[in-house]
Design a protein around this ligand. Sequence first.
Ligand code: COA
Length: 260
Amino acid sequence: MIDSPLQVSDRGPVRIITVNRPDKLNALNAATLDALQAAFTAAANDAGVHVVVLTGAGPKAFVAGADIAEMVQLTPVQGRDFSQRGQRMMRAVETMPKPVIAMINGFALGGGLELAMCCHLRIASDTAKVGQPEINLGLIPGFGGSQRLLRLAGRAATLELCLLGAPVDAARAQQLGIVNRVVPAAELEDRTMEIAAQLAAAAPLALRGILDCVNFGGESGIEEGLAYESAQFGLMFATEDMREGTTAFLDRRKPAFSGR
Ligand code: COA
């Protein structure tokens, strides 16, 4: 078997994708970008997968950024291509038709924070640190950081993190709206898997409708966004899960969703 920069495993309907270069703090080289693109495409296409959890191997890092050793020699055209390669993969994560949870177990810097920001929920260990330190390398974010951090946390936080380049700790990242929850390091996996299990039991077509409304409707004007939401809402009435969910509520029982 060819060495892969990822570990992929399943716990029931939850697919766990682990960036596995712990000796390089899981830095994203081109091979890792391509492996992630393939792994997320496979997860999207596998009907048995309901939720994806993305994390990094080892105790120190989620992902410490794009691979600086690989970038040091790039020409401008290669730099643009590397940026587009990363952006394509990250857009595929963001537009996944199933929820993706970033389990941030340590440093999420540069490309690591950019990758985490493409995920739909971010659960961080209290030991995590996040930031956009590219300025310290004479660089700027290249995998969407300037755009996604702006949307997630606003201008003040984006300009602070990108201009000053200093990472913030997990508690501050939560205050800024960058991570959803901060949990003790020892509980990170259990707490993340609890959320994954909740999502795995939810109605998949409704989850997808929400993701689509935020990803596509959310990027248009209010009229287009509202029209998109109405169309998705209407579509739910074609699903068995909507009948099951509403009937179960009225019958005072727990719904059993089928994904149809
Ligand atoms: N690209 C390539 N290699 C990286 C890397 C990156 N983004 N981040 C860490 N590494 C490598 C280090 O070069 C080192 O490799 P070596 O043992 O072969 O020398 C190894 O991972 C461990 O990193 P080290 O710096 O020794 O760990 P540390 O605990 O002292 O510091 C960080 C941790 C995260 C503060 C530090 O590694 C760092 O600043 N990394 C770069 C972060 C960054 O600028 N990211 C944005 C890139 S665009």
